[in-house]
Write a new protein. Structure first.
Length: 293
């Protein structure tokens, strides 16, 4: 049996970047050129050509301003999930602020699609050890799955599982879908998206996907519309941030096409609802992160 991997798109504009308020104040957003429609249209063309459905984690800010784009994505058979409203890292918000941001995004998206929102991904994978409370709020708000906990240093916890698993947080729990990583010594590497997907050797990325697939587990790939645009507006940013955003950006489309040729991909809900999926053992949440029963 060929395993279906998971393709996801974080639907946001080129200026939705965490940690750059000093360089791009939020108050400037309404006056900045939006390039999300043209870049997302290119992604949709590629997916249509390859006959692949994906999960689009939609920023509420984008859905509010471009409802017609969300309608088009949905009409093409893709899943619409939430990326929050204001592109804030979860650990910078209070539980009350997070719930408000989550509800605002969900209400905007549901009004466009006519369907409840099942899934959530935090900006910059920002549900981590100091914000695990967000998982309980997601469950209380009716979400079925999350994709916000990265098994990576700095932004997450290298000890988090590197494959989809079910979190035991009461009332049926919550599925967690981490990004594809290479787990190794001395550090885990981000193979599933962003600069890692663009920079690391393609053969190593394929090997990591196949390793998961041999255990009947899907790899999770993530992309951003700005990665399909070599003409993003130039802004002054620290070197590390520029590297993360721009390194080998010209390779994004080629990498995506190769992956779609070499592996099967679908949306998170399609994989989750597939009978007999072998996603993971159950895990419980403690301060140090998921622990297995």
């Amino acid at each position: 049996m060929t395993i279906e991997n998971i393709l996801t798109i974080d639907l946001e504009d080129w200026f939705h970047i965490c940690g750059v308020e000093r360089y791009i104040p939020r108050s400037d957003w309404p006056g900045l050129e939006s390039r999300v429609i043209r870049n997302t249209t290119r992604i949709l063309e590629i997916l249509s050509k390859k006959n692949v459905n994906a999960t689009f984690f939609v920023l509420g800010y984008i859905a509010e301003r471009h409802p017609e784009l969300i309608e088009e994505i949905r009409s093409l058979g893709h899943e619409i999930a939430s990326h929050g409203y204001g592109h804030d890292r979860v650990y910078t918000m209070t539980p009350e602020g997070f719930r408000k941001d989550l509800r605002k995004s969900s209400e905007i998206i549901s009004a466009i699609t006519g369907s409840p929102v099942k899934g959530y991904r935090a900006p910059e994978w920002s549900i981590r050890d100091d914000s695990l409370w967000a998982l309980y709020i997601l469950k209380q708000e009716g979400f079925e799955y999350d994709s916000s906990m990265a098994p990576l240093p700095f932004i997450g916890n290298k000890n988090y599982p590197g494959f989809p698993y079910h979190l035991d947080i009461g009332e049926g729990g919550l599925w967690e879908f981490p990004p594809l990583v290479y787990k190794g010594f001395p550090v885990n590497l981000p193979f599933g998206g962003g600069w890692g997907l663009r920079v690391f050797p393609y053969s190593l990325i394929c090997a990591s996907i196949r390793r998961l697939n041999r255990h009947d587990r899907p790899g999770v790939i993530f992309l951003h519309p700005r990665e399909f645009d070599e003409a993003n507006p130039v802004i002054r940013l620290p070197f590390v941030k520029r590297f993360v955003l721009e390194a080998r950006i010209e390779s994004t489309e080629k990498r995506l096409n190769r992956l779609l040729d070499d592996f099967r991909f679908s949306s998170m809900s399609n994989v989750l609802e597939k009978p007999g999926n072998n996603l993971s053992p159950r895990a419980s949440i403690e301060r140090s992160g998921p622990t297995y029963a």
